[in-house]
Design a protein around this ligand. Structure first.
Ligand SMILES: NC(=O)C1=CN([C@@H]2O[C@H](COP(=O)(O)OP(=O)(O)OC[C@H]3O[C@@H](n4cnc5c(N)ncnc54)[C@H](OP(=O)(O)O)[C@@H]3O)[C@@H](O)[C@H]2O)C=CC1
Ligand SMILES: O=CC(=O)O
Length: 290
């Protein structure tokens, strides 16, 4: 099965590599074309533009940074729309429901099929084929893409109409970003009040709020090590989009709003390309007003 893959960042590279390892033929494209070369070593072919990839493949997967990238790859010159008639397009990027709907409408108007399928899980789950896939849109395309999803993830959900996958992903990441801030505050409070934060990690791990994120990120945060698995700039984008979803639905979200401010502060300190756990640095910085 020949599958297209657009976007070879942290996630896309791991996901496309997994498909190749499991016998899929994959044609890749990335805005920075040099990033395709590593995939060629694993057996991929290169498409020169999104349009050429779509033309060659029955369906094409995209994993792009944000709404503006997702729209640009579809609507710009040599974009997905050029050859989408009769083809499928599966956008796995984290975007808002409006962006996804715009893409869906344009693809359907040209005779193509659209599925949104954002994922929960980071670099390591992507490498290990352990993502959680939150799909919505064309059910026949979902069924067609399931063999790929079974390689990329440990569980796939079909959530109905376009927009539901995007919304589910934003709710999950809103909770995750808020938790990361509470965790960072707690680590800082422990340290400043004379406790050993490493002992705090052990205590947390034995109690009711033990979770994979604290377990994975805690030890590296204590070493001030923030090598990017999930870039902070993307987590802040997700908080922003989740807050907009809250606006639309008149849901008060004071905790998410405070977390968003901390991620924005981290970006202003130049930490946007580091892992989202680098928000910890904003809590450690001395408060100049005291
Ligand atoms: N990292 C993670 O843990 C997770 C990320 N996600 C989501 O997955 C998506 C990708 O994340 P990740 O791989 O980490 O991000 P990266 O920043 O590593 O990669 C982003 C990709 O988008 C491409 N891109 C950016 N802008 C444009 C543009 N204007 N036109 C075309 N291509 C563009 C980049 O191309 P180039 O190489 O040229 O810059 C690159 O291929 C995001 O939506 C993110 O929120 C979801 C779950 C987990
Ligand atoms: O979107 C990020 C993740 O870890 O999931």
């Amino acid at each position: 099965m020949e599958v297209g893959f657009l976007g070879l960042g942290i996630m896309g590279k791991a996901m496309a590599t997994n498909l190749l390892r499991h016998g899929f033929k994959v044609t890749v494209w990335n805005r920075t074309l040099s990033k395709c070369e590593e995939l060629v070593q694993h057996g991929a072919s290169i498409g020169e533009t999104p349009a050429t990839v779509v033309k060659k493949c029955k369906y094409t997967i995209a994993m792009l940074s944000d709404p503006s990238a997702a729209l640009s790859v579809v609507f710009d010159k040599d974009g997905v729309l050029d050859h989408i008639n009769g083809k499928g397009y599966v956008d796995m990027s984290t975007v808002d429901a409006d962006t996804s709907s715009k893409i869906s409408e344009a693809i359907k108007a040209k005779g193509g099929y659209f599925l949104e399928a954002p994922v929960s899980g980071s670099k390591k789950p992507a490498e290990d084929g352990q993502l959680v896939i939150l799909a919505a849109g064309d059910k026949a395309l979902y069924d067609e893409a399931l063999p790929a999803f079974d390689i990329l993830g440990k569980k796939s959900f079909f959530l109905g109409d376009v927009g539901n996958g995007a919304k589910m992903k934003l709710v999950v990441n809103m909770i995750m970003g808020s938790m990361m801030n509470a965790f960072s505050e707690g680590l800082t409070l422990a340290e400043r009040s004379g406790l050993n934060p490493a002992t705090l990690l052990d205590v947390l791990d034995l109690g009711a709020i033990s979770n994979g994120m604290f377990k994975l990120k805690g030890p590296t945060m204590l070493q001030n090590s923030y090598s990017p698995a999930f870039p902070l700039k993307h987590q802040q984008k997700d908080m922003r989009l989740a807050l907009a979803l809250g606006d639309e639905n008149a849901v008060s979200m004071p905790i998410a709003a405070a977390a968003n401010e901390a991620f924005k502060k981290a970006r202003s300190l130049g930490l946007g390309d580091l892992d989202f756990s680098a928000v910890h640095e904003t809590y450690k910085a001395p408060d100049r007003s005291s």
